[in-house]
Design a protein around this ligand. Structure first.
Ligand code: FEO
Length: 399
């Protein structure tokens, strides 16, 4: 069945959602599924704006062919060539070989690494400042390199004031009929997944996202059409503010995240004691994760949200407990900065995890470590409770 939706005059949503996908990029859990958005302009000329992942290709192709009917497809605009948006291009070209692919120069090269494109397919290479007129509508191309890949270009449709933003302003989560962010409980239900999507997918490219935000601020935008998640047609200033914070690596709030690794529960127990002490001192909304039990993408996301991160790190094989190391290397890879850390190390005969943590944090920008770090051997004893109390006091003062 055709599931396309008219979202504006001559503009159709023809994407689809996948609720069966377990791991996005075969890595990040997506319990709420994900949508792959694609749009179709049916103006004097017709223009398809991006395709979809292989998983929802059949639905997308049915939507595309149903809306076009007997009309030919004039243009295929490819903003981003990652396969979650490119995979169905092959099938589109089989059906509409006369269409011209419109994309950046880099995209025109990169897409051929992923799929075979027949020699006779026409290309129109565009760069920032170029336009594509389809009749009543004009797409104005804006460079968005490294948001999230180097070939990315976004487009601003100047008649209806629509920004086709590629991965920017996207979120994990399947769409359930309500296509627009103002039709769902975005702040309470979608924002955590929007944050997890941003931080894990685009988080490393804050500088480039800042560049795009600057360019976008010069545009009069009435609607934002991302490649994942709901379409924005009102009240998106708050979401843009979040993007601004995330891409400047500034915390959203002065709150505490506790991340612990624990093999037999001793380190976990110490983490619980400190969490209780902090709560008794008035700290609210403390978030606490077992680094082995929660997928690292959730902890990365919370690390972007919170100002203070407390690490309880066991020693392992003369180094750092591997799940903790994985988490730390992940936030480092995502260029997390401007955070305050507290370290508690555990080790039964030669505790070295504290130093291993410091070595990783030393390679991150603008990191403060609250001293003194605490060391315990195997398990924390009551005699060390005063050390934790003093540390809790130091943390509270810092917040
Ligand atoms: Fe949704 Fe970078 O692809």
């Amino acid at each position: 069945m055709n599931t396309s939706r008219l979202i504006k005059d001559n503009l159709w949503y023809i994407g689809a959602s996948d609720r069966r996908l377990a791991l996005f990029e075969n890595m990040m859990p997506v319990p709420n599924g994900t949508s792959y958005n694609s749009y179709l302009l049916t103006d004097e000329k017709t223009a398809l704006l991006d395709t979809v992942d292989q998983a929802v290709s059949a639905q997308f192709l049915e939507n595309l062919t149903s809306v076009l009917g007997q009309r030919k497809l004039d243009y295929i605009v490819i903003h981003h060539v990652e396969p979650d948006h490119l995979a169905s291009l092959t099938e589109v070209l089989v059906r509409y070989p006369e269409a011209t692919i419109v994309c950046s120069l880099h995209a025109s090269r990169l897409m051929k690494q992923f799929i075979d494109i027949p020699e006779d397919i026409k290309f129109q290479v565009v760069k920032e400042g170029d336009t594509l007129n389809t009749g009543k509508h004009t797409l104005n191309f804006v460079g968005a390199q490294m948001v999230h890949w180097p070939e990315v270009i976004v487009s601003y449709e100047s008649t209806e004031k629509i920004l086709f933003s590629a991965d920017a302003f996207g979120t994990f989560g399947a769409l359930g009929g309500n296509l627009f962010a103002d039709e769902v409980e975005f702040d309470s239900e979608w924002m955590p997944e929007a944050r997890r999507y941003y931080t894990n997918i685009v988080g490393k490219y804050g500088f480039q996202v800042q560049n795009l935000l600057k360019k976008a601020s010069a545009l009069d935008i009435a609607m934002i059409c991302p490649l994942h998640g709901p379409v924005w047609r009102k009240d998106f200033a708050k979401f843009i503010e979040k993007y601004d914070l995330w891409s400047r690596y500034e915390p959203e709030c002065r709150e505490i995240l506790i991340v612990y690794g624990s093999m037999y529960g001793h380190t976990e127990s110490a983490a619980a004691v400190l969490a209780g002490l902090l709560a008794d001192k008035g700290c609210r909304n403390i978030k606490m994760f077992d680094v082995s039990a929660t997928h690292v993408s959730y902890i990365v996301s919370e690390s972007f949200r919170c100002s203070h991160i407390i690490l309880f790190a066991p020693t392992y094989n003369g180094g750092l407990y591997p799940p903790m190391e994985n988490y730390l290397l992940d936030i480092k890879a995502h260029l997390l900065q401007n955070r305050t850390f507290t370290l508690i190390e555990n080790g039964s005969w030669a505790p070295v995890s504290g130093n291993a943590v410091r070595n990783i944090l030393a390679e991150m920008k603008n990191i403060t470590i609250l001293e003194p770090a605490i060391t315990f051997k195997s398990s924390m004893k009551d005699t060390q409770r005063n050390e934790l109390e003093a540390l809790a006091e130091t943390i509270v003062k810092s917040i």
